[in-house]
Design a protein around this ligand. Structure first.
Ligand code: HEC
Ligand code: HEC
Length: 200
């Protein structure tokens, strides 16, 4: 039998462990939280209004990257009106739940819209990218998948890194010597691969 003192101690300990242990990411909670996001991320080929580019495919995206992307919008490190508004009040737990849901959701449309760049030239240039963007989705990686992403979204991301408006010193240095045409061709190559899907 527990005496009064050890019971109080046990309670204190369980309260402590509750406050320091974060919950494991939950696919079911992530799916619920994603309801507000479906309008844009479910239809294959939904377009951002201005500037025009296709809404990125995020089904099957690497979870750690999704969390870092959501945090970047929340902290305004990455600017996009709707995405900043959607993440304003979002807890880290919700971000992790959504990321886990998206990482496991692979049943949506695979349709990827190209930009008619030179795929063969893009493939040649992609050698330096493959160390990080080889479509390895094993846990531990935080590099985004690019395979199967819409081309004009990839181009826009590269242009923003190069200009420094989307901050990533790493990606800025990777793209420094590439021309607009090179980036178009790289985008065409990654779009031609199978990988990301729209969310089901
Ligand atoms: C009005 C349309 C719209 C809604 C609603 C919306 N998104 Fe987005 N989302 C976009 C667009 C457009 C982008 C690309 C923005 C940019 O260029 O940075 C984006 C980007 C993202 C990215 C980064 C993708 C990448 O490859 O870096 C993630 C993750 C994401 N959204 C998740 C969500 C989640 C989670 C919600 C709901 C809480 C949501 N979105 C709601 C349109 C939307
Ligand atoms: C050393 C690892 C590394 C290499 C090499 C690399 N990248 Fe990246 N890339 C990253 C990381 C990390 C991010 C996420 C940066 C961020 O948080 O915005 C990223 C982001 C991107 C994105 C944005 C994806 C999205 O969903 O918004 C594109 C496009 C991209 N890289 C293209 C390339 C291309 C093309 C090359 C080769 C010329 C390349 N990368 C080389 C690590 C790398």
């Amino acid at each position: 039998m527990m005496n009064k003192k050890s019971f109080a101690l046990a309670l204190g300990l369980s309260a402590l462990s509750f406050s320091v242990t974060s919950q494991a990411a939950s696919v079911a909670s992530g799916k619920d939280a994603f309801e507000a996001c479906r309008g844009c991320h479910v239809s294959p080929g939904a377009s951002n209004v201005y500037p025009t580019y296709y809404v990125p495919k995020i089904g099957g995206q690497v979870a750690a990257y999704t969390v870092s992307a959501l945090k970047a919008y929340q902290s305004a490190g990455r600017s996009h009106g709707t995405m900043m508004a959607n993440t304003q009040e979002m807890s880290e737990q919700t971000m992790e739940d959504i990321a886990e849901y998206l990482a496991t959701d692979k049943g949506g449309s695979k349709r990827a819209i190209s930009n008619h760049g030179d795929i063969a030239h893009g493939k040649k240039l992609s050698g330096t990218c493959m160390g990080c963007h080889n479509d390895d989705t094993t846990a531990g990686s935080s590099n985004p998948r690019l395979a199967g992403q819409h081309a004009n979204y990839l181009e826009k991301a590269m242009q923003e890194y190069k200009a420094g408006t989307r901050p990533s010193p790493l990606m800025q240095s990777m793209l420094q010597t590439l021309s607009e045409d090179d980036m178009k061709d790289l985008a065409a190559y990654f779009t031609s691969l199978q990988g990301l899907t729209a969310v089901k």
